[in-house]
Design a protein around this ligand. Structure first.
Ligand SMILES: [Zn+2]
Ligand SMILES: [Zn+2]
Length: 332
């Protein structure tokens, strides 16, 4: 089958023929319906992920249809549509048994220790599988593990979002931001979308209640009302303005940016005196994924482009250019 492979550290991405996967014990093989490009892939290609095996098939966001089930697999059948978490937990430790499998000591990451999803087929451990209801499209489902489910985890489970609350989203036209607006709206919030691009403001306005254009957004945000939750999808360049936007007791959720550079110098007194809670997430659990799938018919997937495996490097060029709104998908 065809796959997009990283041959070795900092060696780029090569589309090549590899052997078809066979399901081992506790595994299934899926046909990949859609996979999604992510900024994390760019960091992986730069060698920032030390646990990567080589060669490795890149890609950690997927929806697919089960083709074959391995020994010992129960509860999943060929023909069923599934998504996978970004990692495979062991399913047996205390964290796994209490639904916090993101903290499993022996979890293995797809496109790290395990092959990922930029391929026609993929081998997936049953411990990371979640079934997709038939009313949820492939485009909506592929966003759950690394985008909408992670946002849901941050604002519902960790952030305790309340209906009517005023939420601010930075990077509002990005693949994470445009969906963060929609998840917050689906949970009853009023949303301010912040973008640095005048030309993208109309698309942000389609989903958000208010739009602010520019890098200095905190003063304008305060005029709209008491912002008590910020979903910061940009990170290093926006954290200072994000903190300044928050009213007392506010929560700052950092997601989407795993840039290895240092963020600005945090004035701890400011955070303490304003009673601010900082939360960060890099993935979703099965419970987050299941609850997000239930919301997914209220969320319109915003897809900048869908590319074939052969054109995956063009997809990365689009991602790097920033000249897009929404996510870039791969259809093998
Ligand atoms: Zn991702
Ligand atoms: Zn575990």
């Amino acid at each position: 089958m065809k796959a997009a492979v990283v041959p070795g550290p900092k060696q780029g991405l090569v589309v090549t023929e590899v052997p078809d996967p066979k399901p081992g014990k506790g595994e299934v093989v899926i046909r990949v319906n859609r996979a999604a490009l992510c900024y994390r892939d760019l960091l992986q290609l730069q060698g920032y992920y030390p646990r990567m095996k080589y060669p490795v098939i890149l890609g950690h966001e997927v929806v697919g249809t089960i083709e074959e089930v391995g020994e010992g697999v129960t509860g999943f059948e060929p023909g069923e549509r599934v998504i996978s978490l970004l990692y495979a937990p062991d399913g047996t430790c205390d964290y796994c048994l209490s639904g916090d499998e993101a903290y499993c000591h022996s979890r293995q990451g797809y496109s790290e220790e395990l092959d990922g999803f930029f391929a026609e087929k993929a081998r997936v451990k049953v411990t990371s599988l979640v079934k997709v209801p038939k009313e949820v499209s492939d485009e909506a489902a592929v966003l759950v593990p690394c985008v909408t489910g992670m946002i849901y985890r941050g604002i519902r489970r960790s952030g305790g979002i309340r209906p009517g609350e005023l939420v601010l989203v930075t990077g509002a036209s990005g693949g994470v931001g445009i969906h963060a607006i929609q998840v917050a709206k689906a949970l009853g919030a009023k949303v301010i979308g912040v973008t640095t691009s005048e030309s993208k403001a109309p698309i942000v306005k389609k989903y958000a209640d208010y739009v602010i254009v520019g890098r200095k957004f905190s003063e304008e945000a305060k005029k709209i009302g008491d912002v008590t939750l910020v979903i910061d999808t940009v990170g290093t360049p926006t954290i200072e303005e994000s903190l300044k936007s928050l009213w007392m007791g506010g929560r700052l959720l950092q997601i989407g940016n795993v840039d290895p550079s240092q963020a600005y110098q945090l004035r701890l007194g400011y955070v303490i005196l304003k009673d601010i809670k900082i939360v960060a997430h890099a993935s979703a659990t099965k419970r987050d994924a299941l609850e997000t799938l239930k919301l997914s018919t209220k969320i319109e997937p915003v897809i900048a482009a869908t590319v074939s495996l052969d054109r995956i490097n063009e997809g990365y060029e689009l991602l790097k250019s920033g000249n897009k709104v929404g996510k870039v998908l791969v259809k093998p």
